[in-house]
Design a protein around this ligand. Structure first.
Ligand SMILES: *Cc1c(COP(=O)(O)O)cnc(C)c1O
Length: 662
């Protein structure tokens, strides 16, 4: 199998709607140079979000590469449980030298989430150790993001990410980022709070939201006065991202605990740290006192060596000193190229962190699920040679600090062009056929309003028509039930397509004897991944794919898995087949409503006369369906004795065949 097929068949990607992922060809990165990523096909892309906010000095930086190689020549990993290691000691010294004054101890872990988790547990135990048993709660800000482990999620405040896990979380107080609101919460609940956690100056995952100036300073003073610890989560803001080494510096704040990760190793290796003041640390020093926490890879020597080298690069290349000119160039390009675009609601910038919020108009937001406006813009940016990743309707730019002024121009020009494209084309929620040039593969996904409505008949007719037009059609039917013992429908499709070279297994991988819904008939567990993997294996054997799904749109293949889910994963335009008979108006309207709700691209509706009886409704069904749903059926196929694919192919509308087959 090709790499891209293996990825779709085997990987589970983070923060990713996998049905959509599997329907698309993944961009596979093979290597990188400086601020550019290079894909397996050799195309180069500017790394516009620093490989998810990590990279600082560019990729393959010779000094960092050499430091890692040198460390590898000594040892890759040794533990900090019961042993010390050279690079972890040297890094602690260097890190504390650049950290806000007063931070005096370094506790290593391996990701931003673990660094936060460590800070939360340290704060909790610290209050217990100083006899403040009632201080068991945390206060966090609305819109906060502190990572994905359960403690970090408990202090998070982003509904989309965190809502589902609510029953698992510990109770946390939340206030808006406003000094008065924080003051009131502390006045009321201060006695039960062990710590307040904040992202200093900028809330990253909330959509690059800038905190009111002075808020961090005010929070720090309010906490100190009330005996509450302040935890600064500098995981995103640290290492120059906001213009200074740490964001806390800009308001002269030394937090009691500070979490760092992403940029610590220059974005090279998974290493993180929680820094503590001497006042916090000294509480843990005493008879049989232990902080019960540690990760296998905490303080990994390779990571420490990379981090040490990255901090050295700050000095060698005057990274922070050269930053203001780049920040100004970024601002100027944004003002000139992005701000004038009609759907740009707001541009938020702090140093090298930028959020461009898109809105339908000043009053209305885009719909997160159906418009996916940020994702669409980032997708277009790839065509302009730039990798971006959105946060909902916010397009994020977060380039490596090593980006050049010329590359800043390239980055912002690409973002502007991509935003213009995404906001100009209609949103995915409108039931329009995907224009041929945007379709990855040619073909149709056929679903029915019910079983026995003529799906196989339509599929066979389409395959025959494609064949006649000189294409090499591929029929595919994920499941056939009622096989006694042959898969009669699959054989019919194969014959109509003239593809005797395909095996029955290729045309229909799952065949069961019981004539019931696949979920009941299946004697092996049917999974979306399994079905899609079978499809991927056969789709390249031709140039026009016709998928005939089993039963109706919501017929179950397995618990929670229907034809509609498969359609989303496959990503082809959906052709809805309905029986031209009494009841079809209701069935068709319901199916169309569900297709719209799921944002599936609709190719059209076809009505089929399945019995040749002359009932008075048949001539009027198409018009009534159009009146009710706004979708005019593409055709009403007549009853054809024996359902000969040749005879039916002649009745297919030229519009459908022309645009999708021809
Ligand atoms: C990314 C991030 C985290 C989590 O870091 P991971 O390394 O992804 O676990 C925590 N806090 C903030 C502010 C972040 O941006």
């Amino acid at each position: 199998m090709k790499l891209e097929d293996l990825d779709r068949a085997l990987l589970w990607h983070p923060f990713t709607p996998m049905a959509e992922w599997m329907a698309d060809a993944p961009l596979i990165i093979d290597r990188a140079e400086g601020n550019e990523l290079i894909a397996t096909d050799g195309r180069r892309y500017l790394d516009g979000v620093s490989s998810l906010w990590l990279n600082v000095h560019g990729h393959r930086h010779p000094h960092i590469d050499a430091a890692i190689t040198a460390q590898l020549g000594r040892v890759a990993h040794t533990t900090l449980l019961g042993l010390a290691s050279t690079p972890s000691i040297l890094l602690a010294e260097k890190l504390l030298a650049v950290a806000p004054p007063g931070l005096a101890r370094v506790f290593y872990s391996d990701s931003g989430s673990t660094a936060v988790e460590v800070a939360l547990k340290m704060a909790f135990q610290y209050q217990q150790l100083r006899g403040q048993q009632g201080r068991t709660k945390f206060l966090a800000l609305d819109g906060a993001y502190h990572g994905d482990t359960i403690g970090a999620v408990s202090v998070g405040g982003i509904d989309t990410f965190h809502r589902i896990f609510h029953p698992l979380l510990f109770h946390t107080l939340h206030v808006p980022p406003d000094a008065d609101a924080l003051g009131r919460a502390i006045a009321e609940h201060g006695h039960e709070l062990c710590a307040v956690i904040v992202e200093p100056l900028v809330q990253g995952a909330a959509g690059i939201r800038l905190m009111p100036p002075g808020f961090l300073r005010a929070a720090s003073e309010a906490c100190r006065a009330a005996g509450i610890l302040l935890i600064a989560d500098e995981v995103a803001t640290g290492f120059g991202r906001t213009g200074t080494m740490f964001a806390c510096e800009q308001e002269s704040v030394t937090p009691d605990l500070m979490a760092v990760a992403k940029g610590l190793s220059g974005g090279y290796l998974p290493i993180a740290a929680t820094l503590a003041t001497e006042a916090v640390f000294s509480r843990f020093v005493g008879d049989r006192l232990t902080f019960f926490h540690g990760h296998s890879f905490g303080g990994n020597p390779l990571g420490c060596a990379a981090a040490l080298a990255s901090l050295e690069v700050f000095g060698r290349e005057q990274t922070l000193e050269r930053l203001p000119a780049k920040v100004a160039a970024l601002r100027a390009h944004l003002t000139a190229k992005v701000a004038p675009l009609p759907h740009v609601f707001e541009i938020r910038q702090k140093g090298m962190m930028v959020g461009i919020e898109l809105r339908r108009d000043r009053m209305t937001m885009y719909d997160d699920d159906s418009d996916a406006i940020g994702a669409r813009a980032c997708r277009f940016a790839r065509d302009h040679g730039v990798i971006l990743r959105p946060l909902g309707p916010v397009v994020v730019l977060m380039p490596p600090l090593s980006i050049t002024v010329e590359e800043i121009d390239r980055l912002v020009s690409a973002a502007a062009a991509a935003i213009a494209q995404a906001t100009a084309s209609p949103p995915a929620s409108a039931p329009v056929a995907i224009p041929p040039e945007q379709r990855r593969r040619r073909g149709l996904f056929i679903v029915g309003t019910d079983t026995g409505v003529g799906k196989t008949t339509v599929a066979a007719a389409l395959l025959r028509r494609a064949r006649r037009q000189g294409l090499s059609p591929v029929p595919w039917k994920p499941v056939e039930t009622g096989c006694t013992p042959d898969a009669a429908d699959a054989l019919r499709l194969r014959a109509a397509a003239g593809r005797d070279d395909l095996t029955v297994e290729e045309v229909c991988p799952y065949r069961f004897a019981l004539p019931v819904a696949p979920a009941l008939a299946a004697n092996v567990p049917l999974t979306l991944t399994g079905m899609v993997a079978h499809l991927r294996a056969v789709e390249s054997k031709g140039d026009f794919l016709v998928v005939e799904s089993a039963g109706g749109l919501l017929s179950p293949y397995a618990s929670g898995l229907t034809s509609a889910d498969l359609a989303a994963a496959v990503g082809l335009p959906v052709l809805l087949v309905a029986r031209n008979a009494l009841g079809t108006i209701n069935h068709t309207a319901l199916a169309l409503a569900e297709i719209r709700r799921r944002g599936l691209p609709l190719a059209g509706v076809i009505l089929v006369d399945t019995d040749g009886k002359a009932t008075p409704d048949r001539a009027h069904n198409a018009r009534l369906i159009e009146e009710l749903t706004g979708v005019r059926p593409l055709a009403a196929l007549p009853f054809v004795e024996g359902a000969s694919p040749d005879a039916l192919a002649d009745h297919l509308p030229t519009s459908l065949v022309g645009s999708l087959v021809g």
